[in-house]
Design a protein around this ligand. Structure first.
Ligand SMILES: NC(=O)c1ccc[n+]([C@@H]2O[C@H](COP(=O)([O-])OP(=O)(O)OC[C@H]3O[C@@H](n4cnc5c(N)ncnc54)[C@H](O)[C@@H]3O)[C@@H](O)[C@H]2O)c1
Ligand SMILES: C[C@@H](O)[C@H](N)C(=O)O
Length: 373
């Protein structure tokens, strides 16, 4: 990449000629004062020897949402409990708090985030903090702060400390002018939500830092994710989780999307498996830094039919929420993930029937559930 290298050199020379007081570095180190909290309270532990090279030291931001706790569980199984730190700005439930290291981390607090990375000698960062599509539209300034300013903090810290950085993107990074059936990896992306705009920004900034500073940035565009033991955080695809809970609890489900609204979806185990796989993939196998991943596509009426095999008396009604319907109508109906399958061997395990069986087996056999088999 001679052009990129020359660009870097030229920019570096320009900065030197400006005489920036903080010294010129190839990575975007910020000129900030020393945080008093940077003096590690456990500094003496730093001389303890342990097999540093064996496992990454992982930090997960925004880890108390729908996906983070499951990711921590998977990574702890692989890398050891104490090598994976879960963080968020919320208070963890007892079972999460006692299952492994947890720390407060507000991604808008640059110094604190940097201190956490330094003091814990973090090498891999999974950046999960975000405001999702529907809650983002309800509070654009906050979504802009968390999804864009927070992202800038994470990118700078990752570049400065040479981290491998995973940032999830989404089907929401596409818009009404993108091809929708299927959406390929590379095409027009003009989303109409602050969530989507911030995710396109994250994709582009991550790739820019990769080419400009050598940041090991890896990104997957997730479909709507369905999980049994964690609740979604305010997205457009949440109906596909709620239907299971409502089927069991009340036998009635009111859907906020039209019955024929088709969207790409995935069971959480597939999503987390893909995330670990792309992070472990040899760099030379990655021909891109942002990949679509897919498993299935369905509409509310198709999901309801499958759920009714377990809860035949389930009554489904439709009361369209215009905001979420407009968002869904602008997103892909299908996702082309052939590059992920080719480059690093992505393969999903769950299609719609397995997804529904697994959800009901997790959510328990309530009296409402007809024993289908
Ligand atoms: N769940 C899905 O269907 C889905 C699909 C595509 C992409 N993603 C992406 O995956 C990631 C995780 O998604 P999720 O469903 O777990 O999200 P979620 O909304 O359930 O959780 C996000 C977490 O971010 C935290 N957060 C908010 N502001 C913060 C701040 N200032 N500092 C630190 N943390 C903060 C919240 O407390 C919350 O726990 C997100 O980046 C999301 O965009 C999710
Ligand atoms: C698709 C995804 O990014 C999220 N579940 C949302 O609906 O906002």
């Amino acid at each position: 990449m001679p052009v990129v290298r020359n660009l870097g050199r030229a920019a570096s020379q320009l900065l030197q000629s400006w005489g920036c007081g903080c010294g010129v570095s190839i990575v975007p180190v910020r000129c900030i004062g020393v945080s008093p909290r940077q003096v590690a309270s456990d500094a003496s532990f730093h001389s303890v020897t342990f097999s540093e090279s064996d496992h990454p030291r992982v930090l997960i931001t925004g880890g108390l949402g729908q996906l983070g706790v499951g990711l921590a569980k998977l990574l702890r199984k692989r890398f050891g409990k104490n090598n994976v730190i879960l963080s968020d700005i919320r208070k963890p439930a007892d079972n999460v708090f006692y299952s492994g290291p947890f720390i407060f981390a507000d991604i808008l607090d640059y110094k604190n985030l940097r201190e956490i990375v330094v003091n814990n000698r973090i090498t891999w960062l999974f950046h999960y903090s975000a405001l999702l599509s529907a809650v983002g539209e309800a509070n654009v300034p906050l979504a802009r702060a968390v999804n864009i300013t927070g992202l800038h903090n994470v990118l700078d810290i990752a570049a400065e400390h040479n981290l491998r950085l995973f940032i999830p993107s989404t089907i929401g990074a596409f818009g009404p002018t993108s091809p929708r059936d299927p959406a390929p990896d590379l095409c027009i992306q003009r989303p109409r939500t602050i969530y989507g705009v911030s995710k396109v920004h994250a994709e582009l900034m991550g790739e820019y830092y990769h080419y400009r500073y050598g940041l090991d940035f890896r990104c997957l565009r997730y479909p709507g994710i369905i999980s049994a033991d964690s609740q979604p955080g305010g997205g457009t695809t949440d109906y596909a989780v709620k239907i299971f809970h409502d089927a069991i609890k009340t036998g009635k489900f009111k859907c906020y999307l039209r019955p024929d609204t088709r969207l790409p979806m995935m069971y959480i185990d597939d999503c987390l498996k893909a995330t670990l796989e792309v992070m472990e993939a040899p760099a030379e196998s990655l021909t891109m830094r942002t990949y679509n991943i897919n498993a299935m596509s369905f509409s509310p009426e198709e999901l309801a039919q499958e759920v009714q095999k377990y809860v035949p008396e389930l009554q489904v009604t439709y009361k369209v929420d215009q905001v979420r319907q407009a968002i869904a109508d602008s997103w892909p109906m299908n996702f082309d993930d052939s590059n992920a399958r080719r480059d690093w061997g992505w393969k999903h395990d769950y299609d719609l029937p397995e997804l529904v069986t697994t959800m009901f087996s997790y959510l328990g056999s309530d009296s409402r559930i007809a024993q289908a088999n």
